[in-house]
Design a protein around this ligand. Structure first.
Ligand SMILES: [Zn+2]
Ligand SMILES: [Zn+2]
Length: 128
């Protein structure tokens, strides 16, 4: 199997995604079209994509590393701790907060990928 085609499949999988995927999730999704695939092939492909700057790696606070398509723009995520739903948080909301931090504390924030944990609207209205 050509490793370059695995990388292509990962990139198209991540581009269909609105959030992040962990390496086991990438593996499960790609195994459907590539039954001979193994986990170390996925890891190596993800590492190469990250090294090439095509994929970004984040720690979602769960100890699991997650992967997403490298986005040129600053963006942030809201992650529901009950259902796992991820929502992209617009940078406008966050940058006004960062500007306040800079004004009040003289601290220039370089974080460009903020992940906030909580409970989404849907889970708040249907407590399980
Ligand atoms: Zn992200
Ligand atoms: Zn939720």
């Amino acid at each position: 199997m050509r490793t370059s085609s695995v990388e292509q499949l990962i990139l198209s999988l991540l581009s269909e995604q609105q959030g992040h995927l962990s390496s086991p999730q990438v593996f499960e999704a790609l195994r459907i079209s590539l039954p001979a695939l193994n986990m170390s092939t996925i890891y190596r492909a993800l590492e190469r994509l990250a090294a090439a700057g095509k994929v970004s790696i984040s720690d979602m606070g769960t100890g699991t590393l997650v992967y997403e398509l490298a986005m040129p723009a600053r963006h942030h995520h809201l992650v529901c701790q009950q259902c796992g739903k991820e929502t992209i948080l617009d940078d406008d909301t966050v940058s006004s907060f960062f500007t306040r931090v800079q004004n009040d504390y003289g601290f220039k924030v370089s974080t460009n990928h903020l992940i906030l944990f909580g409970v989404c609207r849907q889970c708040q209205s249907n407590p399980s």
